[in-house]
Design a protein around this ligand. Structure first.
Ligand SMILES: Nc1nc2c(c(=O)[nH]1)N[C@H]1C(S)=C(S)[C@@H](COP(=O)(O)OP(=O)(O)OC[C@H]3O[C@@H](n4cnc5c(=O)[nH]c(N)nc54)[C@H](O)[C@@H]3O)O[C@H]1N2
Ligand SMILES: Nc1nc2c(c(=O)[nH]1)N[C@H]1C(S)=C(S)[C@@H](COP(=O)(O)OP(=O)(O)OC[C@H]3O[C@@H](n4cnc5c(=O)[nH]c(N)nc54)[C@H](O)[C@@H]3O)O[C@H]1N2
Ligand code: SF4
Ligand SMILES: [Mo]
Length: 747
């Protein structure tokens, strides 16, 4: 088959000699630490040790730039905390440091025997397959899950509150997922003649220069600012980008839907929307206009705490910019009514015609067989229909085809609608990180007959729960590919070192897959398996390795050309063929077809009676430079940059609470409390605090009786509940009420 990719011209082969060192080009896709996949140069010495990691200047994705976690990957890779061989532990010893080293064959046979035993007795649906943020491993988890016959592929966050709300919401209302256009789909990037610089970038609930999330390298925002793009930032914290913006909208956490409706109100009432696009390609504009009419700038100010004149200014800037790119982030997913919040924000870029246009919002091409989940065809329709939560939340049919986390926890507890008896937990640390209410989560998972974990390190989750623990490989230890899945290019991860008995997640899943369902995993090697994934591209793995990154064909305004619908007709892949501002699907599903705002509960407006006790709004989990969720706590230089779990407080707020810089405090709400260290900063409003998530202390005793690495003292999940929004998506991770007071000596 003809090669449809545009390739980057490299000066040298993928691996070459530079003095005493061997340099290998590749990508940093997967752990430790990221799900983005920047281009790297890996330097190994004559003894075969990785000695240096640099950015690859030839890679158009990051143009040689790297963040600290990749520059310092060596400390993560060669960390003494790394798991080096498979281990098992008797079920009654869960929580104890009573591990026994075993061989890979024994470990994989043990897992296969246990999962098959559960399958025989209770059905394949009794086994759940859980992942974290996924990295490049997700397709191998979905294939393992679905080829085993279980519909319960899952993620530990209540309301699947990362990315999925935006993906499912966009899929249901527009038939695609929309991301900001920084020219990332072109190998020649900013020089590509088809691309235009966005007139304005709207950074909404995202901190791209720190987080580099959802396929976007954060410094692209700065690249386009240098090329003239204006900047609007919507954040409760005055971030670095907020400080460099043309308009900073300092929002009360959890009120994004109201702000978006306020902006829509201005754009519509001042007649600044794109009439031609709306009339030809959108459905339900009149109803939307009616819905947002109540959100005058003044009323929106009362709700959101953003001054009315700023709302008007931002609305005009967006509507008049020529093109507007929305760099939207996870804060939108982390409020209970995340679906209507995302819907309201999307409506801004939709009615201003920023769809599939240069410098606006684009749907990245993904053409490989595993995009959006690989292996679904391997599961029978009867099994697929058993997915937990599907009967309650039909929106689960859009996007990543996951089970509902909130229904799953109930199913484990009650054995209704059927028992859940085993878990495969790969690339995730739910107890310390994703799970709300960690006590409830631990009690539920403890009921399971069998749990296998795959990780790089020992974690609180593995210590508390695993019966078998498998050591995974970091990116320099393994070959890999990534193409599709909101990714605009094909990348290769190249193995340069080996450590202990660690295996790549891909190899682990291939070996286990062969034991569970050999027909679905016919390949003799990982390379052969990659060949299968790549077969439609006309390239073998060895060829892609020389050429990567490889760029897929891309066209703007695909909706005019019939490229977005399976029937080849112009328009969008929705029931009306248009962008649905009024959603026919939501209407059929018994949901509100239009965007709406609902006050976060508890919150200053919904539960004013709680304000005496819990006077502050707190948002959790804002990303920090040196840590990726629960990772990097054991990595010396990264930990030195951020040694303690912090709560950012305005100095005036701290004074009112009787605490000051460096104090250890309790952060408490009606559910529970955890400890934090005070960091004073004017970047937060006096009524708002912002605190880290996912803390634990690898240096503290790990056994459950001794505290699971100090996790209980600092787990912010204790303040969060399993409380998804009406559509089953979204939950209040970033908007809670709390009080802050000093930890007394001896506590
Ligand atoms: N309160 C609060 N909680 C949050 C958030 C928040 O903002 N606030 N953010 C949430 C979000 S958006 C997400 S996506 C989740 C992320 O949740 P997770 O993905 O669970 O987070 P991590 O701590 O990065 O990772 C999980 C584990 O994977 C291991 N790991 C890393 N790389 C690899 C690998 O290549 N292979 C294997 N097998 N294991 C690997 C790590 O060692 C770690 O123990 O956290 C969520 N938690
Ligand atoms: N260094 C590092 N990078 C990461 C990660 C990491 O753990 N560490 N995690 C990765 C993952 S899985 C994800 S999902 C992405 C997420 O990346 P981002 O979307 O950037 O996530 P956050 O930093 O949690 O939140 C972004 C901003 O939202 C603001 N915010 C908080 N509450 C609200 C609110 O209610 N409304 C609005 N509008 N803004 C609010 C915060 O102050 C913060 O500045 O990052 C990825 N990249
Ligand atoms: S965003 Fe940062 S940590 Fe992630 S791959 Fe790129 S350089 Fe590495
Ligand atoms: Mo995430």
């Amino acid at each position: 088959m003809e090669n449809r990719y545009t390739l980057v011209e490299h000066q040298r082969p993928y691996t070459y000699q530079e003095g005493d060192l061997t340099v290998t080009r590749g990508s940093a896709w997967n752990g430790p630490g990221c799900h983005l996949g920047c281009g790297v140069l890996l330097y190994t010495d004559a003894a075969g040790r990785l000695v240096k990691v640099e950015g690859d200047p030839e890679n158009p994705f990051n143009h040689g730039r790297l963040c600290v976690r990749c520059l310092d990957a060596i400390e993560s890779v060669y960390n003494e905390g790394r798991l080096m061989y498979p281990m098992k532990r008797a079920r009654e010893d869960r929580g104890k440091d009573a591990w026994e080293r075993i061989s890979w064959d024994e470990a994989l046979d043990l897992i296969a025997d246990n999962l098959n035993a559960v399958k025989e007795r209770y059905g394949a649906e009794a086994v759940i397959f859980q992942q974290g943020t996924g990295r490049d491993i997700a397709p191998w988890i979905t294939r393992l899950c679905w080829s085993f016959g279980s519909p319960n592929y899952c993620f530990g966050m209540s309301g699947m509150s990362c990315f999925l709300p935006r993906v499912a919401g966009c899929a249901a209302t527009t038939g695609a997922m929309w991301v900001a256009d920084y020219s990332q789909q072109f190998a020649d990037r900013y020089d590509n003649p088809e691309w235009e610089c966005p007139g304005v970038v709207v950074v909404w609930g995202n901190n791209p220069v720190v987080a580099n999330s959802d396929g976007a390298y954060g410094h692209w925002v700065i690249d386009v600012m240098k090329r003239g793009a204006k900047l609007v930032v919507v954040d409760p914290r005055r971030t670095w980008l907020a400080n460099h913006s043309d308009a900073f909208l300092q929002i009360r956490p959890g009120t994004d839907a109201a702000l978006a409706m306020g902006i829509l109100n201005v754009i519509i009432s001042e007649d600044r929307y794109d009439h031609e696009f709306v009339e030809r390609w959108c459905y339900g504009f009149e109803e939307l206009a009616e819905r947002v009419a109540a959100y005058t700038p003044e009323r929106t100010e009362e709700i959101t705490w953003v001054p009315a004149d700023k709302i008007v200014e931002a609305a005009r800037m967006i509507a008049d910019a020529g093109s507007a790119a929305f760099q939207w982030g996870v804060a939108i997913d982390m409020t209970k009514e995340a679906i209507p919040a995302g819907q309201a924000i999307s409506a801004i870029f939709e009615i201003t015609g920023n769809i599939d246009n240069p410098g606006g919002m684009i749907a990245p091409p993904s053409i490989l067989p595993y995009s959006g989940g690989w292996g679904q065809d391997l599961m029978s329709p009867e099994q697929a229909a058993k997915r937990i939560g599907l009967d309650k939340y039909s929106l689960l049919n859009f996007g990543f085809q996951m089970a509902s986390t909130d229904e799953l926890i109930k199913a484990i507890e009650t054995e209704e609608p059927y028992p859940i008896k085993a878990a495969w937990i790969q690339t995730t640390n739910p107890l310390a990180n994703t799970a709300p209410d960690p006590e409830r989560t631990l009690a539920a998972y403890r009921k399971l007959d069998f749990i296998a974990c795959v990780d790089l390190y020992m974690t609180p989750t593995a210590m508390a729960l695993a019966d078998v623990l498998l050591p995974a490989a970091t990116f320099p230890e393994r070959d890999g590919i990534r193409c599709g899945d909101n990714v605009q290019r094909g990348e290769v991860i190249n193995k340069v070192i080996s450590l202990g008995e660690c295996k790549s997640d891909q190899e682990i899943n291939l070996l286990l897959g062969k034991r569970l369902n050999p027909e679905a995993w016919p390949w003799e090697s990982v390379e052969e398996m990659y060949g299968e994934v790549l077969k439609d591209t006309g390239m073998t793995f060895a060829e892609l390795r020389e050429q990567a990154p490889a760029y897929l064909p891309f066209a703007y305004r695909k909706y005019e050309k019939g490229l977005l619908r399976p029937d080849g007709q112009p328009g969008f892949n929705t029931q009306t063929g248009r962008i649905e501002l009024w959603s026919t699907f939501y209407n059929q599903a018994g949901l509100d077809p239009l965007p709406y705002f609902e006050e976060p509960t508890p919150g200053p407006a919904s539960t004013p009676e709680l304000l005496d006790e819990y006077p502050l709004v707190v948002t959790t989990g804002a990303r920090t430079w040196s840590m990726f969720h629960s990772e990097h706590r054991q990595v010396p230089r990264m930990r030195a940059l951020h040694p303690d779990p912090l709560i950012q407080m305005n100095p005036k707020t701290a004074e009112a609470c009787g605490v000051t810089e460096g104090d250890w405090v309790w952060v408490e709400n009606q559910r529970g409390r955890c400890e934090r260290k005070v960091s004073l900063t004017p970047i937060v409003d006096e009524r708002v605090c912002s605190t880290d998530a996912a803390w634990w202390f690898p240096e503290q005793p790990g056994e459950e009786e001794a505290g699971l690495f100090g996790m209980w003292d600092v787990n912010i999940g204790k303040l969060i509940g399993y409380e998804p929004g009406r559509a089953g998506f979204g939950s209040n991770y970033k908007t809670l009420l709390c009080k802050v007071y000093k930890v007394e000596e001896g506590e």
